[in-house]
Design a protein around this ligand. Structure first.
Ligand code: NAP
Ligand code: MG
Length: 490
């Protein structure tokens, strides 16, 4: 699909052609087949069923992965319970910390291998997996290692106790990082874990099991079960799970909330988003353009907190849109393992179809589409960086999460109107604001209903900073001292 607007771009926007610079794959030894990681070892699934995971950039099969059914889920939960009761809940915090520090250090040593595998299984550019996913994953383990023996300072005057077995379910957009966000605080607080990665991106979580073995983590403290949504549902329903931590779509989050209603299970949900990214007329425009590009095209827009709704002040709208159009022509799409690549592959055919369908609806509802006209590889799942203009909040593309490299542009006149539009949505995960006036961004940050508000930057993360949503973006916080609370009782 190639329907560019009337504005020409060929004169001033030719891409520099760099020589290919692929990251070697041979740092990695992929096994043809992976079992379930239960009680410290890889085991066969009990009915012997396997499914494949693909490289979305080439459609090649990377490996076969075990399918966990209800009985396998039960096996994993029993292993986690045993490890909780016999070892993990009895270990002093400083001993738990040693394991977490060890995991972090081994990940540092093996980070190149993990980065290559993440790019292969997910489709994200190696520059991101290497410079974002891996450093943040490692930092998360280090950060929570530091808390493990200091919990009484996190909750002054109270004595925090672990909950027991945590069932954790994660999506495909940041597979290893989401595993770290779930596992590190759970272990630091003395819980044991059964984690289910997404069907299309199980491999880095499985490689992480090797790290647990290398670190001598006691068997059963972390169990990884692969499968599909049904596997996740079995984990949620298991009667011996004390806590469910879920990151994924709002739709599935609602199903899970219903499933645990009336049980003793504790629940945190990190769900979808539709962030407002607000550019005031007094912003540093060229920096804001980079922020906008980073906010929506980073990781192919497979980001729950992506700045997918651009709210630009009317007086500068034309200028910003013109600069953005020129900028997206310079983004390189292609081989995720190439260090020059800006935009990798869409994670699955299903996700690609969802993006195409929502953009089609946008056009039918009157939005104007502008896309980069760069060449796309012949195989694999790709979507060009896209800008939709002439959008209002009545449009589906302004309300629904697209989860792809598609920016919907709206305009506003006054700061009040910007806040109104930003909040006129069922989500409340994140927002961004660009202005050179401190008072303006402080007021915006106070009035916008979003868990994270970035000022004059976007998509910046730190393990010490809590992350989580309002409204239908979920509840509970991950990261920071706040991220310990969902895993303790008093
Ligand atoms: P999804 O369909 O909700 O899947 C998320 C996870 O839940 C996957 O492991 C999935 O397994 C599993 N699952 C599916 N159905 C289930 C059920 N009935 N019971 C239990 N588990 C079930 O979400 P997605 O489309 O893969 O991921 C994208 C979504 O995640 C977006 O909406 C995005 O905004 C959100 N997200 C939110 C955050 C955040 O922190 N707020 C972070 C990242 C992503 P299978 O993959 O095997 O089907
Ligand atoms: Mg895959």
């Amino acid at each position: 699909m190639q329907r560019n607007g009337h504005e020409g771009h060929s004169k001033h926007t030719s891409r520099w052609e760099y020589a290919p610079s692929p990251e070697p794959r041979d740092v990695l030894k992929l096994q043809p087949r992976y079992g379930l990681f239960i009680n410290g070892e890889f085991v066969e699934p009990h009915i012997g069923r396997y499914f494949t995971t693909l490289n979305p950039a080439t459609e090649e099969v990377l490996a076969e992965v075990a399918y966990a059914d209800a009985e396998d889920v039960d096996r994993a939960v029993r292993a986690a319970r045993r490890a909780y009761e016999t070892i993990w809940s009895r270990l002093p915090g400083k001993e738990r910390a040693k394991y977490l520090f060890r995991i972090a250090r081994i990940l540092q040593e093996r980070s190149r291998e993990f980065a290559v595998l993440e790019s292969l299984d997910n489709g994200k550019p190696i520059r991101e997996s290497r410079d974002v996913d891996l450093p943040l994953t490692i930092a998360h383990f280090f950060y929570y290692a530091g808390w493990a023996d200091k919990l009484e300072y996190a909750f002054p005057g109270r004595t925090p106790r672990p909950l027991g077995v945590a069932g954790q379910i994660i999506p495909w957009n940041f597979p290893l990082l989401m595993a770290a966000w779930k596992i590190a605080p759970a272990l630091a607080t003395g819980n044991t874990v059964v984690l289910k990665p997404a069907e299309t991106t199980p491999l880095t979580a499985l490689l992480l099991c090797e790290v647990f073995q290398q670190a001598d983590l006691p068997p059963g403290v972390v169990n990884i079960i692969t499968g599909d949504g049904q596997t996740g549902a079995w984990l949620v329903q298991h009667p011996d799970v004390d806590k469910i931590a879920f990151t994924g779509s709002t739709e599935v989050g609602k199903l899970i909330q219903k499933a645990v209603a009336g049980t003793r299970k504790r629940l945190t949900l990190e769900l979808g988003g539709k962030a407002a990214h607000v550019i005031f007329e007094d912003a540093a425009i060229d920096q804001a353009i980079e922020g906008i590009v980073n906010g929506i095209y980073f990781n192919q827009g497979h980001v729950c907190c992506a700045g997918s709704r651009l709210l630009v002040q009317e007086s500068i709208a034309e200028l910003v849109i013109r600069k953005l159009k020129r900028r997206i022509q310079l983004l390189r799409i292609g081989d995720p393992l190439d260090k020059n690549t800006d935009i990798g592959a869409i994670n699955s055919l299903q996700q690609l179809r969802k993006i195409e369908r929502l953009v089609e609806i946008g056009i039918q509802e009157g939005a104007e589409i502008y896309q980069s006209d760069c060449a796309l590889p012949n195989r694999g799942y790709w979507y060009r960086p896209t800008i939709l203009t002439k959008v209002s909040m009545a449009h589906t593309v302004a309300r629904e999460e697209i989860f792809g490299p598609v920016l919907s542009v709206l305009t506003f006149r006054t700061p009040d109107e910007a806040v109104q539009i930003a909040n006129n949505i069922r989500y409340g995960l994140s927002a961004g604001v660009w202005t050179n006036k401190g008072s303006k961004y402080l007021e915006f940050a106070a009035r916008v209903k979003a868990g994270v508000v970035w000022c004059n930057t976007y998509n910046k993360f730190d393990p010490a900073s809590p992350f989580g949503g309002y409204k239908e973006s979920g509840f509970g916080r991950e990261g920071g001292v706040h991220g310990l609370a969902p895993y303790v009782a008093f």
